[in-house]
Design a protein around this ligand. Structure first.
Ligand code: GA4
Length: 351
């Protein structure tokens, strides 16, 4: 049976939101319809019965905790994250900071092996095999979801999206984020509970598959300035639409009546590969827990030279092309030249 929360939109501010839940073991046509709806209305959803083995997840998580527990000078041997490696507090190259330390890895197998030598010099194979298995599993999951999306959008070439991240030279990333806990002497004023781990942004890639350790912190913004905490769930993956699959949430219609807003979503959103059908939603992570938060994010991206344009079914006289064709390299360059929270797809509009 497909499980979808009856009315996942809540108007109360700062109440945990239950994202649409997609049961991947359910019947295909029904699942693809629900995924499309979730991508149009929320840009975010949870998947359960995802088929990724608990052992694969546990090995990746324990290797990550082991790395972050090391003394700082040892961790720094794996840095800086330019473009891949260990980073602390600095995010990107333009002055963004947050209460987070992380490992940013290319999902390419040779690159994982190379990085593992500096991440875990005493036993690199433990880390590299955990990371390789994890990447393979989440890439498979991402491809399955992208194929369901194509089916749900009536795109005849159902591999149109998944093919991009399956490519041998895909520019996909694995990001392991460790949000250090508040300590006893932490500032406990209300503002400390808004301690920013990772500031607001949209993900530039196609699709993100995120798993966290059951400690809250993720928030999404369906409406400018309103942040909704997502309830933590270590047994599920949280999936979100990236810019390439759609567009940046800033250009949404200003609409405060959330039910009306959701109804309008089918027609009103401006969206690259889905020509505006899906929404890439702004999100952020707070580091406001007394427990350490570990999130593991797979960012499914095309290869650098891949050309981004919508499948023919998604372009009609009523829905002309919203964005010009661009390569992932061009888009990535634009994203990395801006600040974390800046919108980017507007630079690629066709008119
Ligand atoms: C957001 C999504 C991924 O974490 C990431 C981030 C990247 C980085 O941390 O180096 C970026 C950010 C992310 C978007 C805009 C640019 C690039 C920091 C930044 C200011 C790895 C990615 O691909 O884009």
């Amino acid at each position: 049976m497909v499980v979808a929360t009856p009315n996942p939109i809540r108007s109360e501010k700062m109440r945990n939101i239950e994202l649409p839940i997609i049961d991947l073991s359910a019947e295909r046509p029904e699942v693809s319809g629900l995924i499309v709806r979730a991508c149009q209305e929320f840009g975010f959803f949870k998947v359960i019965n995802h088929g990724v083995s608990q052992d694969v997840i546990a090995r990746m998580e324990s290797q990550s905790f082991e790395f972050f527990a090391k003394p700082v000078p040892e961790k720094q041997l794996a840095g800086p994250a330019n473009p891949h490696g260990y980073g602390s507090k600095n995010i990107g190259f333009n002055g963004d900071v947050g209460e987070v330390e992380y490992l940013l890895l290319s999902t390419n197998s040779a690159s994982i092996s190379q990085m593992s030598n500096v991440i875990s010099p005493h036993d690199p194979t433990l880390f590299s095999s955990a990371a390789r298995c994890y990447v393979e599993a989440v890439r498979g999951l991402a491809c399955e979801i992208l194929e369901l999306m194509a089916e749900g959008l009536w795109v005849s070439d159902t591999s149109a999206f998944s093919r991009l991240i399956r490519a041998a030279d895909s520019d996909s990333l694995l990001r392991l984020n460790h949000y250090p806990p508040l300590t006893e002497d932490s500032d406990t004023s209300p503002s400390s509970f808004r301690r920013i781990g990772f500031g607001e942004h949209t993900d530039p890639q196609i699709l993100t598959v995120l798993r966290s350790n059951g400690v809250g912190g993720l928030q999404i913004s369906l409406e400018d300035g309103v942040w909704i905490p997502v309830a933590p769930d270590s047994s599920a993956f949280c999936v979100n639409v990236g810019d390439v699959l759609q567009f940046n949430g800033r250009e949404r219609p200003k609409e405060t009546n959330w039910a009306k807003f959701a109804l309008k979503a089918y027609t009103a959103f401006v969206k690259a590969m889905t020509n505006g059908r899906f929404v890439s939603v702004r999100h952020r992570a707070l580091a406001n827990s007394y427990k350490p938060r570990m999130s593991m994010a797979y960012f499914g991206a095309p290869s650098l030279h891949a050309r981004i344009f919508p499948p023919p079914e998604l372009v009609t006289p009523q829905r002309p092309r919203l964005y010009r064709t661009f390569t992932w390299a061009e888009y990535k360059k634009a994203a990395y030249s801006l600040r974390l929270g800046d919108g980017r797809l507007n630079l690629f509009r066709s008119r």
